[in-house]
Design a protein around this ligand. Structure first.
Ligand SMILES: NC(=O)c1ccc[n+]([C@@H]2O[C@H](COP(=O)([O-])OP(=O)(O)OC[C@H]3O[C@@H](n4cnc5c(N)ncnc54)[C@H](O)[C@@H]3O)[C@@H](O)[C@H]2O)c1
Length: 440
């Protein structure tokens, strides 16, 4: 197949929506993406290595509140989306998008094994005329150094009969304002032809696409976004510690500063950093820089500050109880929220779990309420969620707000709890007539 034919056929198939798409990894990123392509009219197969996940999706179940069961079921019934564990499904696909995890090893170095495994499956089935896009957040150079050689070893001519690009996913689970289609995509192809094709693909499903000159630029753009967030949250956290020492509310200060209409973006303190992105991605950059003889100082300082926050919240609970002549050992502590952020059920890297672990280690009898998380493991024990009922709130010696889910009635919490430690400023502005509220 000539390069002109390969590219031309893909352009036509993308534009007339006859291109067959595979999305590898059907998690927080891959499933919504697969559904978006399917809604746009493409035939989509989702491939996931986890048979339990595939079985759940097949019957319309998915553990996020962003995709209601009925929506998923309707798309499955519509016949343009299906899901499987079988990589043979790639064989007739024109487009393959890879959305597998990129966690850290215990050493906090990148664990790129999921990307390598998925890309090897795709490369081993390469046929001329395919577009392959990596979406997983990763270190700069992954596309050029890891993916390109895998495909070239199979005889692919990148930019001629095989089109490779990196396009970072930027979704924000739980964000009702900005859904996948509302968030501009960044696309960096290995060659210009790769960039153009990948950009054309994404223009079918999102508001706008920014083409950049290389995969490394796109890889770094995603890392910069997340380092920016990580560093600014660390700044807000350290600022909150300083404000407490001065007896001033950090929330009031930040909100006042945020009235400046330019040059300022508000970030707020919390019990630490969690999730699969902000807590993890900066280390992908730091690792790559170390290989290049450079220490990413902001990344390390931000991590130091953010990592100390769960311990600081434990200390706040202990001190607040102490002031009421209670000790943490034996105290009943009810946590509101264990997810790493509001309106999601994701507990990966959640600082709430570390706070609860620290409280338990000091002898507190902990329980938690979280409408999105039915159970969690803390240390050696499994906990089941309890309702955030009036009885449970009133019975606790301390209610600690760890995730500011919109589902909790904070006015009721402030009214009924004998003591509230609010690590999210969720009770900000609400009077606490009978109790005492300690805020970050
Ligand atoms: N979750 C987010 O909010 C978010 C936002 C932007 C970017 N990202 C990035 O997107 C990537 C995916 O994250 P996620 O949150 O969707 O992860 P996830 O754990 O929710 O989903 C990943 C899925 O990939 C599957 N998988 C793992 N290895 C596989 C393989 N070799 N073949 C097929 N399937 C495989 C897993 O079973 C899982 O279902 C990561 O790089 C992450 O950093 C995530």
């Amino acid at each position: 197949m000539s390069s002109h034919d390969a590219r031309g056929q893909l352009v036509d198939a993308i534009q007339d929506r006859t291109a067959r798409v595979a999305v590898i990894g059907q998690g927080y990123v891959g499933l919504p993406l697969a559904l978006e392509f399917s809604r746009a009219g493409y035939s989509v197969v989702g491939i996931d290595a986890d048979p339990d996940r595939v079985a759940a999706i097949t019957v319309g179940q998915y553990p996020t509140h962003d995709i209601p069961s009925e929506t998923l079921q309707a798309l499955l019934d519509g016949g343009r989306y299906r899901v499987t564990t079988d990589f043979a499904a790639i064989e007739d696909r024109d487009i393959v998008v890879i959305c597998v995890p990129t966690p850290l090893r215990k050493s906090r170095d990148p664990d790129i094994s999921f990307v390598a495994a998925a890309a090897s499956e795709v490369a081993s089935r390469f046929r001329p005329g395919q577009l392959v896009v990596l979406e997983s957040t990763t270190y700069p150079g992954t596309t050029d150094e890891l993916l390109v050689p895998l495909f070239e070893a199979r005889g692919a001519r990148i930019g001629a009969d095989c089109f490779l690009a990196f396009s970072p996913e930027r979704i924000d689970p739980g964000n009702a304002t900005f859904k996948m289609k509302d968030i501009p995509k960044i696309v960096g192809g290995v060659t210009e032809a790769c960039t153009r094709l990948a950009a054309l693909l994404y223009r079918q499903i999102v508001v706008s696409v920014r083409e950049v000159s290389s995969p490394a630029v796109a890889e770094l753009a995603k890392l910069y976004e997340n380092v920016f967030r990580n560093v600014n949250i660390a700044l807000a956290n350290e600022f909150a510690l300083m404000c407490r020492r001065l007896g001033v509310s950090s929330r009031e200060v930040i909100d006042a500063a945020a009235t400046k209409p330019f040059g300022f973006l508000p970030f707020y303190p919390g019990p630490g950093i969690g999730g699969h992105c902000i807590a993890v991605d900066p280390f992908y950059l730091a690792w790559k820089m170390r290989l290049n003889g450079y220490e990413a100082r902001f990344v390390h300082l931000a991590d130091e500050i953010n990592a100390a926050m769960p311990g600081y919240v434990v200390q706040l609970v202990s001190e607040a109880l102490n002031e009421r002549q209670r000790c943490l050992n034996g105290a009943r502590v009810l946590a509101l929220g264990v997810a790493y952020k509001r309106a999601v059920g994701d507990t990966r890297e959640s600082p709430a779990l570390e706070v609860l672990h620290g409280l338990r280690q000091r002898g507190a009898a902990v329980s938690y309420a979280d409408p999105y998380v039915p159970s969690v493991v803390i240390g050696d024990a499994e906990f089941k969620a309890v309702p955030a009922s009036d009885e449970n709130i009133a019975a606790a010696d301390c209610v600690v707000v760890l995730t500011d889910h919109p589902d909790f009635d904070y006015a009721r919490v402030s009214e009924l709890a004998s003591l509230v430690v609010d690590s999210r400023n969720a009770t900000w502005g609400i009077p606490a007539p009978h109790g005492r509220v300690v805020r970050l």
